[in-house]
Design a protein around this ligand. Structure first.
Ligand code: ADP
Length: 483
């Protein structure tokens, strides 16, 4: 089976959040199952212009001009997975992945960039530079591809995976005219325009894809409701099915026994070595050096989705609890300001690093005892899985993929042999506070149970093995039903 992944991100070449991790790792797991999964990606400014070899040339209409694009072929590091880079300077090559650090859709010209990408992908398929059996599109950036493939009368079916329903790419007709003119003639686009004067790219994807999936079983159900449906619940309900397949993590990249970014390698039986990482990071960032003080880590895009506004109402309680916290992230200014303020007030307890830093991210996973993800909604979430692998117990709001991947320690502790972290249900600051207090107390008062949870978390299966199999089954079903 030949599967072409079209996406805006692919780790390690272009990563802003979990989308990059997934696109950079799922194809590797599929290849192990005998599925030839390849990736197509714009060559952004941050990617070496001479990477790989030229395997084709295409041209695409954009803003009334014909734009030539060179297709280069390389592979993902340490793997045989093929990556096609679309090399073009004016639209792709002068900018990073996204305009906004929180990854939300930016200006019209950014949307045009991704529409241009969609056209390039459809043209790549039409010219058979590589013959895919199925196209796997990811998120709004690639959601127009199913419609473009129909316009091209392509027989290739498309699976659209929603990694984050909150980002939809809503544009006006001028943007479509510039970057994907032919789409304006289509009934579904005309219908969108007549109703709202805008075109919702993700909605177009839902209408025209052969099948739709999302990244956890719980989120697949949640998005059918008004609370999580982001206005698209009615469109989603009309589909025969929205599959929910939980993401995995690349266990060669996220491996605490060989991670080149961390000082001390360890496993679940060498907790003292994990503690060395904690001490080193405390020293490096200027926190009080203390093995006994629980260290809470955050590595996250700083957006409303991630739930950090739950911290403000409990600020006075947080200030008197004895723990340290390291926050690594960029995003909305008001969240950045909140964390900067905490650091200013308590520099020996709260450290805020406002940047994207892969190395520091690995160090925080390795050094922290607790990993905080109080998300308002979370399609899957990878931070909690990485944290588990590194023996940092996730404290999460039980929603979406967080609910599917973290086993909450029950109040009576009766599931200590299987629990992997702490969870709360309602989007409520007091519930977060309660769980934090519980976690801190357990850390201090019951090291044996803590170690048991760390062991459970580190042994949890967060690999791609099961999920890659589910994707391969889904591809097969789509191919059978479209034959
Ligand atoms: P989302 O996709 O919503 O951003 P996920 O939890 O699925 O959230 O994935 C986030 C990924 O991005 C993880 O690999 C995390 O380590 C990484 N990440 C997020 N922010 C940063 C940052 N500031 N520096 C380095 N890595 C980051």
């Amino acid at each position: 089976m030949n599967i072409l992944f079209a996406a805006a991100e692919c780790s390690p070449f272009a990563k802003v959040g979990g989308l990059g991790d997934v696109v950079g790792s799922l194809p590797k797991a599929l290849l192990e199952l005998g599925v030839d999964a390849r990736i197509i990606l714009p060559r952004y400014k941050t990617i070496d212009a001479n990477l790989g070899k030229v395997v084709g040339k295409i041209s695409v209409e954009f803003g009334g001009q014909t734009i030539p694009v060179t297709v280069r072929q390389t592979t993902l590091p340490n793997s045989k997975v093929v990556l096609y880079l679309l090399d073009e300077h004016k639209i792709f090559g002068h900018a990073a992945v996204y305009e906004r650090t929180d990854a939300a859709p930016g200006s019209a010209s950014e949307v045009e960039k991704f529409l241009f990408f969609d056209q390039c992908v459809a043209e790549f398929c039409r010219q058979k530079i590589w013959v895919a059996d199925l196209l796997h599109a990811h998120d709004w950036h690639t959601a127009l591809i199913p419609l473009l493939m129909k316009i091209h009368k392509s027989p290739i079916p498309c699976l659209l995976t929603i990694h984050n329903l909150a980002m939809q790419g809503v544009v006006d007709s001028q943007t479509i005219k510039t970057a994907a003119d032919e789409a304006l003639e289509q009934d579904s686009v005309k219908a969108d325009l007549s109703k709202t004067k805008k075109i919702n790219l993700l909605r177009q994807g839902l209408i025209h894809a052969s099948a739709v999936s999302t990244v956890s079983p719980t989120y697949a159900l949640e998005i059918l409701t008004e609370e999580y449906g982001e206005g698209l619940q009615a469109d989603l309900k009309k589909l025969p099915r929205v599959s929910g397949i939980l993401n995995g993590i690349d266990q060669t990249v996220w491996n605490q026994t060989s991670d080149p970014f961390i000082a001390k390698h360890y496993d679940s039986f060498s907790g003292d070595l994990k503690l060395q990482n904690k001490l080193l990071l405390q020293r490096q960032l200027g926190l009080t050096e203390s093995l006994q003080t629980p260290l809470v880590g955050v590595v996250s895009r700083l957006t409303g989705q991630k739930g950090f506004d739950l911290l403000e109402p409990i600020a006075s309680e947080l200030e008197i609890l004895d723990f340290q916290m390291i926050i690594l992230g960029v995003g909305e200014p008001k969240i950045e300001e909140y964390f900067a303020g905490l650091q200013q007030k308590y520099p020996e307890r709260f450290i805020f690093q406002k940047k994207f830093d892969e190395r520091l991210a690995h160090q925080i996973y390795a050094a922290s005892d607790i990993f905080l993800m109080p998300s308002r909604f979370e399609p899957c979430g990878l931070g909690q899985m990485i944290a588990m692998r590194y023996g940092s117990l996730p404290l999460v709001r039980a929603t979406g993929g967080l609910k599917d991947s973290v086993v909450n320690l029950r109040d009576d502790g009766s599931n200590a042999d299987t629990a992997t972290g702490f969870g709360f249900n309602d989007y409520n600051p007091q519930q977060l506070l309660e769980q934090l207090r519980r976690a801190l107390a357990l850390y201090r008062q019951n090291p044996a149970t803590w170690q048991q949870l760390v062991h459970n978390a580190m042994s949890a299966d967060c690999s791609w093995t099961n999920s890659a199999k589910q994707y391969s089954d889904l591809y097969r079903q789509i191919l059978e039903s479209s034959a």
